[in-house]
Design a protein around this ligand. Structure first.
Ligand code: PLP
Length: 452
């Protein structure tokens, strides 16, 4: 049989375009992509190999999910063994041992009190919608069914399902899709251009969190189920809450009997230099989502960790024991192969002391990225752990064009970086060396200075 990769590489441009047509790619400019495809063929460690055999440094850890580097033998072997042993087990009313083992491994790294895991279908988006449904159902089983409204934050990103886009605050992701669910939004945390804050900003944390009091005044706490925020926003371009912000949100939620959800799809399992964003920022939510990094990108696996009090509310709600406590789940919830990948990933995260490793590398990363202050087009730089966002000056009427051009020029130089809105985002693998980080940032500086 012909090697499909070779065939695609060798085919004439028009034949190639026709073969690419059937796949409607997600979050992708399809027309542009299919005219000039960017395809990766293999990956190892911190590098991809593209279809032309070029090595490309993985400056975003895949999509924030492959921090341990690609092709980790232990994960590959665990997945292969599991497929051969038990490729699938029904997720409802039956089970398999690995989901229980993995739930315990996850809980062991949670802040005290977060101790029950509801796995979702594998994507961050369904972890988010699962958390929102649990929050509403919790109040309902507690006899307060009027608490249904969900509060997110302007510029927040919580995936693409209807719950997630309703609480999400990225306008472009909402406007095509009509009525969502009952929600409202806190003020955004975007620093003024030219702030160049390193890590947690010092200013206005409490004041910004108190925009929640305005929403409570408007809607009344009796109608609000939960507040959901990312500990730091990744997709909006690495926006870090000012000191005191998350702690004040926690206080207000507790005082007004509103659940606090941290969406840790990006911040979970190492990226912050801690096991979770909750640990890094010292604030414990009532529910926490996770997804990316849980299997090092090898298998879809996601879920929600909840406090015992929430789990118990469902278990103690009464009714016959053979009846479901929560009518929710996915065919692929805690898929056995994904759980095997998850356990092998936790083995590596623990053995390689990833949070500590990220903490040690983060200061080098911080000074490298802030070294681009003054580079052409740069209007702001933000960072946290091993994540950084650069806001670029917009071309008139086309805020998204320059980041795209920069990312394409970076690819030419052998570096994959993410472009979104007016930003360039970096999230290098945890296994990166300081020299690799320097090469990535130097290439970005050079590219910015040569981009019109
Ligand atoms: C905070 C957050 N929540 C949810 C999601 C959605 O995850 P997925 O793309 O796996 O559905 C993302 C993805 O970037 C995210 O950053």
């Amino acid at each position: 049989m012909a090697n499909p990769r070779a065939t695609l590489r060798q085919s004439a441009p028009s034949a190639q375009a026709a073969r690419l047509e059937a796949h409607w790619m997600p979050f992708t400019a399809n027309r542009q992509f299919k005219a000039a495809p960017r395809l990766f063929a293999a990956a190892e460690g911190a590098y991809y190999t593209d279809m032309h055999g070029r090595k490309i440094f993985d400056g975003l850890s895949g999509l924030w999910c492959t921090g341990l580097g690609h092709g980790r033998k232990e994960i590959v072997e665990a997945v292969s063994r599991q497929i051969a042993t038990l490729d699938y087990a029904p997720a409802f009313q039956f089970g398999h041992p690995l989901s229980f083992e993995l739930a315990n491994r996850i809980v062991a790294h949670m802040p005290a009190g977060l101790d029950h895991v509801m796995f979702s279908g594998g994507s961050g988006s369904d972890a988010v919608d699962t958390s929102l449904k649990i929050a509403r159902a919790y109040w309902r089983v507690r006899g307060q069914g009027g608490k249904t409204r969900l509060i997110g934050r302007m510029q927040g990103y919580h995936g693409v399902n209807f719950g997630g886009i309703s609480v999400g605050g990225m306008v472009a992701n909402r406007k095509l899709f009509g009525q969502g669910i009952e929600s409202d939004h806190l003020a955004d945390l975007q620093p003024p251009a030219g702030s160049y804050w390193r890590g947690e900003p010092a200013e206005r944390g409490v004041q910004l969190a108190e925009s929640l009091l305005e929403l409570i005044r408007l809607h009344d706490a009796s109608s609000i189920a939960a507040v959901i925020v990312e500990p730091f926003s990744g997709s909006a371009g690495v926006i870090v809450p000012p000191r005191g912000y998350l702690a004040r949100l926690r206080e207000i939620c507790t005082e007004h009997h509103i659940l606090l959800i941290f969406d840790e799809v990006i911040s979970g399992f190492g990226r912050c230099g801690a096991w979770t964003g909750a640990e890094a920022f010292g604030v414990t939510p009532d529910l926490m989502t996770f997804a990316k990094q849980s299997t090092n990108g090898t298998q879809p696996l996601s879920g929600v960790v909840v406090k015992k009090e929430i789990y118990d509310a469902f278990m103690n709600a009464g009714g016959q024991e053979y009846l479901l406590e929560l009518p929710h789940g996915y065919t692929y919830s805690a898929h056995p192969v994904a759980c095997a990948a998850g356990i092998a990933t936790f083995d590596l995260l623990e053995r390689e002391h990833v949070p500590e490793r990220v903490r040690k590398l983060a200061p080098h990363f911080e000074s490298a990225v802030h070294g681009l202050r003054g580079a052409r087009h740069v209007m702001d730089i933000r960072n946290y752990g091993l994540a950084a966002g650069f806001t670029l000056e917009a071309l008139p009427g086309e805020p998204a064009r320059r980041p795209y051009e920069v990312a394409m020029a970076m690819l030419e130089k052998g570096f994959y970086v993410r472009y979104g809105g007016a930003t360039i985002q970096l999230a290098p693998p945890f296994i990166s060396t300081p020299a690799e980080i320097d090469r990535l940032v130097d290439a970005l500086g050079e590219t910015l200075n040569h981009t019109g």
